[in-house]
Ligand binder design. Structure first.
Ligand code: PLP
Length: 409
């Protein structure tokens, strides 16, 4: 009997512009094969075959549409790229092997020797190291600024500035940067504004609609959402992404099909998860704020946060990450913070975030441990600080577990 599935018409025409983020998260960009699978297929293949030498030559030469090699293109990776591009409201996305590979690929494809970057000083530690230790070797210089100080951005840009880079809200102190204002500074000198949208994701913040030119993600965090795989992605205009794609396919900073599939599945629940993470984080932040053992809570959803109004004006939620300082009369603040962490029983002690499991970490000795004590002090990361990435467990269980920690101060 003939296998009818090979003749079945596939209904996958999908105009991304007409749908909400929640709909795009589950429907945009899917590649459906002639098998008619409802869920996305994985294409774990390094290369692709042709019916003739002529077809192979045409595909390699670009005259015939098709895949050549998975360092260049792969249907699963492209499906993930189409979906995240639609969700961020960008023309095109390019997926990478990690969030750091995304930043490296952006820098080496869009800049050259003699160019200049202005970067927020409140970005992920490895991002600082990448600019300071490695990108600097290519003759691209970076100036770091206080992200809240728009005048500092204005003063730092030069005629050779090609990129402004920021992360908002920042990690771990939830500092919020005015994306619209920094984008004006970038436009004035013809530079690109790149926003690391890892902490809020397109479910809660769309920087391209606020004037940013390019988005990057550590997909490792909320896009996966369950702490399984490493990956990254950049989103922007066709012209910029063509440059990034050229670098990625040549340098090999590409994403594996399996990891792309995990992210594709992760995106389907992203809006729902981000809402739940945000609700739980706000409740926990409000609860922590009134605990006698807590000195201060950092969360942009709190009315007490100095930039709460700015956050509310550019975000549709406040995300799942908060941090707080432990109150202690002893000189060794680190010991007090460690006691709180060690006395929790359920929450995972790990540096990762964006997981359905709640995680707790001591930034000064883990995620920000490689910074000098002076740089840490300048960035406001004190030894009493603890960061929590709020997961999807019951809020009562989370409070009870943190209470065990606070009782140990
Ligand atoms: C905000 C932010 N950007 C970038 C990265 C780097 O991403 P990856 O670990 O996927 O390389 C991280 C990782 O923790 C991060 O938190």
């Amino acid at each position: 009997m003939a296998n009818k599935s090979f003749e079945r018409p596939q209904r996958l025409q999908f105009n991304d512009n007409n749908y909400a983020t929640e709909t795009l998260a589950v429907r945009a960009g899917q590649h459906r094969s002639q098998e008619g699978e409802h869920s996305d297929a994985i294409y774990p293949t390094s290369s692709f075959v042709y019916t003739s030498a002529h077809e192979a030559a045409g595909t390699f030469g670009g005259d015939i549409e098709g895949n050549v090699y998975s360092r260049f293109t792969n249907p699963t990776v492209q499906a993930f790229e189409r979906r995240i591009a639609a969700m961020e409201g960008g023309e095109r996305a390019v997926a990478t092997s990690s969030g750091m590979a995304a930043i490296l690929s952006l820098c080496l494809s869009l800049m050259k020797q003699g160019d200049h970057v202005v970067c927020s000083r409140s970005v992920f530690g490895s991002t600082v190291s990448l600019f300071e230790k490695y990108i600097s070797r290519t003759g691209i210089e970076t100036t770091f600024v206080d992200p809240k100080d728009i005048e500092a951005w204005r003063t730092a840009v030069r005629s050779n500035t090609r990129m402004l880079f920021l992360e908002t809200p920042s990690n771990p102190l939830a500092e919020v940067t005015d994306i619209r204002a920094v984008s004006e500074v970038a436009k004035a000198v013809g530079a690109k504004l790149v926003v690391d949208n890892c902490f809020l994701t397109p479910a809660l913040q769309k920087p391209l609609s606020l004037g940013a030119d390019i988005i990057m993600h550590s997909a490792t965090k909320y896009l996966d959402g369950q702490g399984r795989v490493i990956g990254g992605v950049v989103v922007g205009s066709d012209a910029d992404m063509e440059e990034v794609f050229g670098f990625v396919r040549t340098a090999g900073t590409c994403l594996s099909p399996f990891n792309a599939w995990v992210f594709q599945k992760g995106l389907e629940t992203l809006p729902l998860r981000m809402r739940a993470h945000s609700e739980a984080a706000l409740e926990l932040a409000q609860w922590l704020e009134v605990q006698p053992q807590v000195e201060r809570v950092y969360y942009s959803g709190l009315k007490s946060h100095a930039q709460h109004d700015l956050a509310a004006s550019q975000q549709t939620g406040f995300g799942g990450v908060l941090s707080f300082e432990v109150k202690s009369h002893e000189a060794d603040l680190k010991a007090a913070a460690w006691r709180v962490i060690d006395a929790t029983e359920m929450i995972s002690i790990t540096g990762n975030l964006g997981d359905v499991k709640t995680t707790i970490t001591h930034p000064a000795t883990t995620t920000h441990g490689r910074m000098s004590a002076a740089s840490r002090a300048q960035a406001g990361i004190r030894d009493s600080l603890i960061r929590v990435s709020v997961g999807l467990e019951s809020i009562d269980d989370l409070k009870a577990d943190l209470q065990l920690g606070l009782n140990a101060t």
